[in-house]
Write a protein that binds this ligand. Structure first.
Ligand code: ARG
Ligand code: ZN
Length: 406
């Protein structure tokens, strides 16, 4: 009408995406035809695929397709279990409201709920203010929509320290990942004197939320958003940041189609989020390890991800991964599968881990897929934050020890 005001993109009223009646099914893929069937159903937009292993795939079925897919599975004798009857209900119960306490000791993080970006950034700033001899915050760049990408450095400042990078939140919907990174930070900073030499004499660089636009969008609009928020040419927006790194960019498992979940962008490091990481990591020497936290599936993955091949020193990475998985079990955690990313999950090129190892020569490069194994998937209830982060810390310490000796 005449009295409409022009709105800038960020102010446009965006309706929330609801998942009422969407169901999560665990589908048996014991026959090759089952996978082909799933591919067709995905093309027809009846389902989307969340994750899986060699025997089952977790499939999200759209409300209006539930009966159709059920019939197709019955006719083709495809076995399945309904794991979530109504995804929206699980989304609504996943994250309790953050209780407002007077005594927040200068920050708002609780590790009992998933927090918004401002709480996470506020926590990093609080640490830099409170522990100036140990912690410092750097803004390494901005996202597509201008949000800061922050890195917390934790270091005793000893010359000759080796360096380790730990990131989270490359994928927006994997909320357990930023929570785990901040939990680890908290453990290190508040207990630094009781940590072993491998942790004390290490320059730590933590980037809890590498995809701040996507992270916020997954809180406010679409809980299942994965990519960044780059405006696409047509209707479709977002680049998969874990297909946008500059090693074997554009190969297997990444898509040229902006409408898909694995769109790799217009070129390597085309996105400001990944370009900021590249610039920052290149500005520092002495890297020994790179860890990227994702969810879900409980995997400790090492390069290569771009194909079913391994680097020459893969035995070193395998041995450390095995010890890390053992440490998780010792800490009371569940079993994590270890192996090379491409061969264990699926080939996917342009991943951060491959770039860290292939270009930056960081010996111990890992992608850790946190909990769970498909009961809640991406929508992991907040009461799992502490047990999941605790076991991730146990794994990280094993990797730090290896990096320290490398
Ligand atoms: N789930 C992760 C992804 O799809 C796995 C990445 C493993 N690394 C790799 N370079 N493919 O991004
Ligand atoms: Zn991920």
């Amino acid at each position: 009408g005449d009295n409409e005001v022009a709105l800038v993109e960020e102010d446009l009223p965006q309706g929330r995406v609801y998942y009422n009646g969407s169901q999560l099914w665990k589908v048996l893929v014991d026959k090759r035809e089952n996978i082909e069937l799933l591919v067709t159903l995905r093309e027809d937009k009846d389902i989307s695929m969340w994750g899986g292993n060699s025997t089952t795939v977790d499939v999200l079925v759209k409300p209006n397709s539930v009966e159709k897919v059920r019939k197709i599975f019955k006719d083709n004798k495809v076995g399945f279990d309904i794991v979530i009857e109504d995804l929206q209900k699980v989304i609504d119960e996943e994250n309790p409201a953050v209780i407002e306490l007077d005594d927040r000791r200068g920050h708002r993080l609780t590790w009992q709920a998933y927090h918004r970006l401002t709480d996470i950034h506020g926590y990093l700033d609080y640490l830099a203010e409170t522990y100036p001899d140990l912690c410092s915050v750097q803004t390494i760049g901005q996202s597509v929509l201008g949000k800061d990408i922050k890195v917390l450095k934790v270091s005793n400042g000893k010359p000759g320290n080796k360096a380790m990078w730990v990131d989270g939140g490359i994928h927006a919907r994997e909320w357990i990942s930023p929570s785990t990174v901040t939990y680890i930070i908290n453990q290190f900073v508040t207990n630094i004197e009781s940590e072993p030499a491998s942790i004390q004499n290490m320059d730590w660089y933590f980037a809890p939320v590498l995809n701040p636009d996507g992270y916020e969008y997954s809180h406010t609009v679409d809980r299942l958003w994965r990519k960044n928020r780059a405006r696409g040419v047509g209707q479709c927006s977002g680049t998969d940041l874990n297909r946008n790194f500059g090693y074997r960019w554009g190969g297997k498992g990444s898509s040229k189609n902006p409408c898909t979940e694995t769109y790799g962008g217009s070129g390597p490091f085309s996105e400001p989020e990944t370009a900021s990481v590249e610039r920052f990591i290149r500005s520092i020497q002495n890297w020994k390890a790179y860890i990227s936290f994702h969810s879900y599936g409980q995997y400790i993955l090492y390069p290569w991800g771009y194909d079913r091949v391994v680097p020459p020193d893969y035995k070193d990475l395998e041995a450390v991964a095995r010890r890390a998985a053992q440490a998780i079990r010792t800490a009371g955690g569940p079993s994590y599968t270890i192996g090379p990313a491409g061969g264990t999950l699926y080939p996917a090129s342009g991943g951060s881990d491959d770039w860290a190892k292939g270009v930056m020569k960081m010996k111990y490069a890992y992608t850790i897929e946190l909990r769970d194994s498909g009961r809640f998937g991406f929508v992991l209830p907040a009461n799992y934050i502490q047990p999941t982060a605790r076991e991730a810390l146990a794994a990280l310490k094993v990797i730090a020890e290896a990096a320290y000796l490398a």
